[in-house]
Write a protein that binds this ligand. Structure first.
Ligand SMILES: NC(=O)c1ccc[n+]([C@@H]2O[C@H](COP(=O)([O-])OP(=O)(O)OC[C@H]3O[C@@H](n4cnc5c(N)ncnc54)[C@H](OP(=O)(O)O)[C@@H]3O)[C@@H](O)[C@H]2O)c1
Length: 181
C-alpha cells in the first residue's frame, strides 16, 4: 500500500490530490514500477482522478475496483477477494488508493507493508487515510531528514505487519504504531 497524507491524514479533495509534490510522485513511480512486473490496484474514483493521458499507469498492470464501470486499459475487479486472487501472479501489487480502497485493504491479511509519505502542512481535504492498525509497526522513518519542495517538508515512513510473538503477546493498548523520532 502506498499513500501520501497531510496533517490530519488528508489525502484528497474534490477527487484530486490537494498538493503538487514532484519528488513524491517520483518515489511513487519508482516503487510501484519496480522491475516492471508489478500491478497497481485502485478504486474507480482514483482511476477517474488520473489525467486521461496518464491512464493506465504505464509499466504496471492496472486493476480498478468497481461495481461495474468500464475502464479502458485497466482490468476491473468487483470485490476485494477478486482483486486479491487476480493479483497473486504479480511480483508486487501496490494498493494506491483512494480512501475507500485503503479502508477495504488495511485489515486484509494479504497486506504486508504501508509506504506513507507525511506532508507537514495543513490542506483542505474531503478524503482521509484510515488509522493504521495496531499490528503494524513503523520500520523506517525519514522524519529526521525530510525532503523540502515548494516550501513543504515531507518524509517517508514505512510500516510492516508485526508478527513477532513478543509484540503479539503485549496488550493492544501497549502496542505502538509510532515511528522512532
Ligand atoms: N494522497 C494519496 O496518496 C491518494 C492516493 C489515491 C487517491 N487519492 C485521492 O483519494 C480520493 C478518491 O478516494 P475515494 O475514497 O473517494 O474513492 P476510491 O477509493 O478511489 O474509489 C471508490 C470507488 O471504488 C469502488 N469500490 C470501493 N470499494 C469497493 C469494493 N469493495 N468492491 C468493488 N468496488 C469498490 C466503487 O466504485 P463503483 O461506484 O464503480 O462501484 C467506489 O465508488 C481522490 O481525492 C484522490 O485524489 C489520494
Amino acid at each position: 500500500m502506498i499513500a501520501a497524507c497531510c496533517r490530519g491524514r488528508g489525502i484528497g479533495l474534490s477527487n484530486r490530490l490537494p498538493w503538487v509534490l514532484e519528488g513524491d510522485m517520483r518515489l511513487f513511480q519508482r516503487l510501484t514500477v519496480g522491475d516492471g512486473r508489478n500491478a497497481v490496484l485502485m478504486g474507480k474514483k482514483t482511476w477517474l482522478s488520473l489525467p486521461q493521458e496518464s491512464r493506465p499507469l504505464p509499466k504496471r498492470t492496472n486493476f480498478v475496483l468497481t461495481s461495474g464501470y468500464e475502464c479502458h486499459g485497466a482490468r476491473t475487479v468487483r470485490s476485494v477477494s477478486e482483486a486479491v486472487s487476480h493479483t497473486e501472479a504479480f511480483d508486487k501489487t501496490w494498493v494506491i488508493g483512494g480512501g475507500e480502497i485503503y479502508r477495504a485493504f488495511l485489515d486484509h491479511a494479504a497486506l504486508e507493508k504501508i509506504y506513507l509519505t507525511h506532508i507537514d502542512a495543513d490542506f483542505e481535504f474531503d478524503t482521509q487515510f484510515p488509522q493504521i492498525p495496531k499490528d503494524f509497526i513503523c520500520i523506517r522513518s525519514d522524519r529526521q531528514d525530510p525532503e523540502c519542495e515548494n516550501g513543504l517538508e515531507y518524509w517517508l515512513e514505512v510500516y510492516a505487519r508485526n508478527t513477532s510473538p513478543s509484540l503479539e503477546a503485549r496488550p493492544r493498548d501497549q502496542q505502538s504504531t509510532d515511528c522512532p523520532k
